[in-house]
Design a protein around this ligand. Sequence first.
Ligand code: MD3
Ligand code: FE
Length: 208
Amino acid sequence: APARIAPGAVHHPDWLDAEAQRALLDACREWARPPAGLRTVRIPGGGTMSARQVCLGRHWYPYGYAPTAVDGDGAPVKPFPDRLGDLARRAVADTLGAHEVPEAPYDIALVNFYGPGARMGMHRDADEHADAPVVSVSLGDTCVFRFGNPGTRTRPYTDVTLRSGDLFVFGGPSRYAYHGVPRVYEGTAPAGSGLTGRLNITLRVSGL
Ligand code: MD3
Ligand code: FE
């Protein structure tokens, strides 16, 4: 059953059935291929993110969006598939209600891959030029997702366990809240999924 974590933030465990998870995982494998496939994100100051990423629709880099893989191979980014737009609108309708579905089309997907030891520090997503809800679906290993608040990177936090097939939607006052992934439990992906590690797909409206 869906759970409201904060105003505008809804966690819907087990939203995707095994078949839908399999289909998305197969698609992620295709998207991860070059050109403009899975790459390591460089962060200002010389470091890299431990989660690797594939972008569809637009290429995200800290801190903006580009039409080509600026910190990858420079190739044009793969198109955003219509079926991900359908999935995003269905996700918002199922969690926040039909009237929170934005008029503007969902046009960006960021797929993050968490291998052994990968984490994501507390941050806000503010590179979009639209305040439509962000839709997140998780595949593979279980993780701790840390949901903070809009004002500060620090406590208070709410830690939520995210498992393969879970949906999370972040709208309203939660859209600009700090969040991160402090921990992934290796080897917890569903048996038979063929996935080692964790995948998270976020769907966004760029406003571009
Ligand atoms: C709350 N991804 O891609 S998903 C990200 O699991 C990101 O890979 C994490 O943070 C991951 O930016 C967390 C949950 C999530 C995604 C986007 C959000 C929560 C969010 C945007 C705004 C507020
Ligand atoms: Fe984020």
